[in-house]
Ligand binder design. Structure first.
Ligand code: ADP
Ligand code: ADP
Length: 225
């Protein structure tokens, strides 16, 4: 069974069509990158998978279930944003724990799970700090930790590295690849960076003007004669 299916998915803003009759099937454990120039519809499509954007037509399924009318919190997904979207007044601990607290997970379990993901991401020394006291790379790790702790069926990343400098971007890219190798969580990752796409993706979905222009492994897309 596919982890995610888009069937004849459409999106328009008024008379402007942004995603057109898009069909796509993503397998379980796959790392799929949406790649393409600014304005081609990558974020819109990702946000429709997340439930942050209404679908104008067609169907999105996650885990075999049509999710068109489901809230983001009920889709089994966790999203990581470009701007990290942390709560500035909360500690790192509380930022990471936020989703679990809302689900009324018992305190001792929250404590244990926060400590486990913090350790994986090297965040344990910072749990008592506020986001502004952390570097950009550390803040992005917090955002990833907050997504990981929910043990979602699907990770959605929206240009997670574009606010980092080149060195840190390389470092985090490797970290994300390693995380995927160990967790194997189905991932959809939006970027306009070809290097990120080539190094992270099992399959690249090349978008242009709201349509799939090409789809395939990095080798199939970039090493064709
Ligand atoms: P990408 O992520 O590939 O840069 P987007 O998905 O952000 O592209 O945008 C795709 C197209 O949809 C762009 O032409 C953009 O101007 C348009 N668009 C995005 N959001 C809105 C909106 N709220 N209202 C009108 N047009 C929008
Ligand atoms: P409550 O959640 O009712 O405020 P807790 O005893 O769970 O009480 O924790 C109090 C606060 O201490 C938490 O909200 C969190 O900010 C912080 N905290 C708990 N564990 C840690 C930890 N390992 N490192 C840093 N801060 C922590």
């Amino acid at each position: 069974m596919s982890a995610i299916t888009c069937s004849h998915v459409e999106k328009s803003y008024g008379a402007t069509s942004v995603i057109r009759d898009l069909n796509l099937s993503i397998e379980e454990h796959e790392f799929v990158v949406f790649l393409g120039p600014s304005g081609c519809g990558k974020s819109t499509l990702l946000r429709m998978l997340a439930g942050l954007e209404d679908i104008s037509g067609g169907e999105v399924s996650i885990g075999g279930k049509v999710v068109n009318d489901l809230d983001p919190g009920d889709r089994g997904i966790a999203m990581v944003f470009q701007n990290y979207a942390l709560y500035p007044h909360m500690t790192i601990f509380d930022n990471i724990a936020f989703g679990l607290k809302r689900q009324k997970v018992p305190k001792a379990e929250i404590q244990q799970r926060v400590e486990a993901v913090s350790k994986t991401l090297g965040l344990d020394p910072y749990l008592g700090r506020k986001p502004a006291e952390l570097s950009g790379g550390q803040q992005q790790r917090v955002a990833i930790a907050r997504a990981m702790i929910k043990t979602p069926k699907v990770f959605l990343f929206d240009e997670p590295l574009s606010n980092l400098d080149a060195k840190l971007r390389n470092h985090m890219r490797v970290e994300i690849a390693r995380l995927h190798q160990s967790l194997k969580t189905t991932t959809v990752y939006v970027t306009h960076d070809q290097l990120e796409a080539m190094t992270l993706a099992d399959r690249i979905v090349l978008l242009r003007d709201g349509k799939i222009e090409q789809i395939g492994s990095p080798a199939e897309i970039y090493e064709r004669p």
